[in-house]
Write a protein that binds this ligand. Structure first.
Ligand code: FES
Length: 106
């Protein structure tokens, strides 16, 4: 299992366990993490699963490309470490990763 530390919009940290291969969005939704909405269910067509990846892991996780990058243009408070969590598969290398959540989605 992989530990993910979600930082909810309130600042509260939720440490949850994730199975490698799962989408980061599903980890948040399944654990009732506050602030991740995921209206489209992971189809990369809503941008309400916007999160901030821990800066030091951006080289590993990578920048958004293609449709994800286009959808992020619709998101609120986009930063250089912004990603859509439905487009990220959890890996062992993410163990302990901090994932911020914007104060609102879109
Ligand atoms: S869940 Fe809709 S874009 Fe990620």
């Amino acid at each position: 299992m992989v530990l993910i530390n979600f930082i909810e919009p309130s600042g509260n940290v939720r440490q949850v366990r994730a199975t490698p291969g799962c989408k980061l969005k599903d980890v948040a939704i399944d654990n009732l993490v506050s602030g991740v909405v995921a209206e489209c269910g992971g189809a990369c067509s809503c941008a309400t699963c916007h999160v901030y990846i821990e800066e030091g892991l951006m080289d590993y996780v990578g920048l958004p490309v293609g449709l994800e990058a286009e959808m992020l243009e619709l998101a609120f408070d986009v930063r250089r470490n912004s990603r859509l969590s439905c487009q990220i598969a959890v890996t062992e290398e993410m163990n302990g990763m901090k994932v911020g959540i914007p104060t609102r989605q879109s």
